[in-house]
Ligand binder design. Structure first.
Ligand code: ARG
Length: 564
């Protein structure tokens, strides 16, 4: 049984409160000299109507310490528990090894559906580094929620509707030089689109032409729809390559166009519920009472908007997936949009509006000179990933000239470096990239974590077979070894907190803690000792570290090559 749960049960015996609740309060003391587990007694102050230090003293007197706990001591309002180190090491290491690739996960989701709207690229537009955070954070959250027993529906809410597609058609017909769409690239489409805007400055009739073509798309005109579909196919084929590099798949690509025939029902409902106000010919929902500008539902010319489609999408997702949570991983520039969206859903009487959450994030930029192949002001994600892979290959050639499959390793590490770069800090922090930062094998980077994982694998390979049964855990007694055990023990909590806060960086930090602890242990304790008992104890610990780093990396969307 879990040591935490055992402590919670003794506390439950002493207080009469439910063990499960008490287990949730147990913390890890900031300093190991304060014990291995801490119970903050202020949590009980209300229920027991006593001051925390008094509760701590009383509990210390009454408590029967569970197996594995040597003693409990009071420290102010805390009751600190000191574990029997060997017992704890045995529990944690054997749990990590028994659970294997599942270590770090849990079954708190119990199969509940979680919709995660992420990446959500735009058709015939660049897949640029601006979309890197949503892509990386969304992917990491998908894996984290899955590990916690939820069923995740990853949704790429494609930006595939709106007047810009009319513009795209006009531009393509005028300047596309009769080249079939299939033989173009998204970059060429983007250039056509930019040209459209330049020329429309001079010639306003182009905009009328564009509106006419978008109307044709809406009406299902075969030529218009055909071109639109081909722009879409081309874009999806290109982004598919990037998703493949990143190891990402989606359960749904239902984008904005998908809601074309699902908006009227929502508009009618808003109207029936008296929420729709006509304002200068436009239809809006007034949100002034909540200090927000109105939510624009139908424009003066009758056109629907991004907002209208998001309303329809939210309702569709609830109906189709009956989610327990619906996340939108979208930049903070859309904070207001999502506050308005959720408020309108609430006003419509959708009590599940409270289960919708905008998981926002800051901006990414490249430091000057970081990427030489620039296209206007846009930095394509694909270029960044490829440049990173190339640079990593150079480093690997230098550091491990004999490595087989070095292209494979360079891909995993090069891509991982970029992904890690946006996951290592809190979401809302802006990220600025430089190669020196992301490709540093000694810093708190993806490559460092992957390198440490490969180091664990290498030690285990060299060790060959050893006796894993009957390990004497009391031999894990050096401080660096005990610290590594504690770091490994943190993974399950880190994964849970990451989901609670929708912050993958909590997993990234935990991975770095395990890596630093392992490297310290590696330098201070000889793992491949001659004494078979000591050697076995150090090897199982190494194996638990390997497993935890691998799992943490996986949850963040990174691969863990065994050699690099
Ligand atoms: N395509 C939009 C963009 O690139 C993001 C869409 C996010 N999802 C949503 N349901 N609004 O900004």
């Amino acid at each position: 049984m879990d040591v935490k749960l055992a402590i919670a049960q003794s506390l439950s015996g002493a207080t009469g409160l439910p063990a499960e609740e008490l287990a949730g309060y147990i913390e890890t003391p900031p300093d190991p000299s304060m014990g291995d587990y801490a119970f903050p007694c202020f949590r009980l102050a209300k229920a027991l109507k006593k001051a925390p230090p008094a509760i701590a003293a009383e509990l210390a007197g009454r408590l029967a310490p569970p197996p594995g706990i040597e003693r409990a001591e009071t420290a102010g309002g805390y009751l600190n528990f000191f574990a029997d180190k060997a017992y704890l090491a045995g529990k944690i290491i054997s749990r990590a090894l028994a659970e294997g690739d599942a270590y770090g996960g849990a079954d708190i989701g119990r199969g509940g559906n979680v919709c995660i709207d992420f990446s959500s690229i735009n058709i015939a537009k660049p897949f640029s580094i601006a979309h890197l955070p949503t892509t990386a954070i969304g992917h990491a959250l998908s894996r984290i929620y899955r590990a916690l027993g939820y069923r995740v529906i990853g949704i790429n809410h494609l930006g595939d509707w709106g007047t810009q597609f009319g513009k795209m058609i006009v531009a393509y017909k005028l300047w596309g030089e009769n080249k079939p769409v299939e033989e173009s690239t998204v970059r060429e489409l983007v250039r056509l689109y930019v040209r459209f805007h330049e020329e429309a400055e001079k010639d306003g009739s182009l905009n009328d032409e564009a509106r006419k073509w978008f109307r044709k798309i809406e009406q299902g005109d075969p030529e218009a729809i055909g071109l639109w579909q081909r722009f879409k196919d081309l874009t999806l084929k290109e982004v598919g390559e990037v998703y493949k590099l990143l190891g990402i798949t989606f359960e749904s690509y239902a984008g904005e166009s998908f809601y074309e025939d699902k908006m009227q029902a929502v508009i009618d409902e808003l109207d029936d519920k008296g929420l729709l106000v006509v304002d200068n010919g436009a239809k809006i929902v007034d949100l002034s009472e909540w200090n927000m500008p109105p939510f624009l539902i139908v424009k003066t010319d009758g056109a629907t908007l991004y907002a209208t489609r998001d309303l329809a999408a939210a309702c569709y997702r609830k109906k189709t997936y009956d989610f327990v949570k619906s996340l939108y991983v979208v930049a903070y520039q859309q904070n207001l949009h999502f506050r308005q969206l959720f408020k309108v859903l609430e006003l419509m009487g959708r009590d599940w509006a409270k289960d919708c959450e905008h998981v926002n994030f800051g901006m990414v930029s490249m430091e000057e000179g970081t990427l030489s192949t620039r296209h206007g002001n846009v930095v394509y994600l694909e270029d960044v990933l490829n440049a990173s892979i190339e640079k990593t290959l150079e480093i690997i050639k230098e550091k491990s000239p004999d490595l087989e499959n070095r292209e494979e390793a360079a891909r995993a590490v090069g891509v991982g470096a970029i992904v890690w770069g946006v996951l290592y800090n809190g979401r809302i922090k802006d990220t600025s990239f430089s190669w020196a930062k992301v490709l540093n094998f000694d810093g708190e980077t993806g490559p460092y974590a992957q390198y440490t994982h490969a180091r664990c694998c290498s030690v285990l390979r060299k060790a060959g077979a050893y006796d894993k049964e009957g390990v004497d855990y009391s031999l894990i007694r050096e401080e660096s070894a005990a610290a590594l055990v504690r770091a490994v023990a943190q993974l399950p909590d880190a994964v849970k907190s990451a989901a609670e806060k929708n912050e993958p960086y909590l997993v990234a930090r935990c991975v770095i803690d395990i890596c630093s602890a392992f490297n310290k242990f590696y330098y201070e304790c000889r793992i491949l000792e001659d004494d078979p008992k000591l050697r076995a104890a150090r090897l199982v610990l190494t194996d638990a570290a390997r497993q935890s780093i691998k799992n943490g990396l996986y949850l963040l969307g990174l691969e863990a090559p065994e050699r690099m």
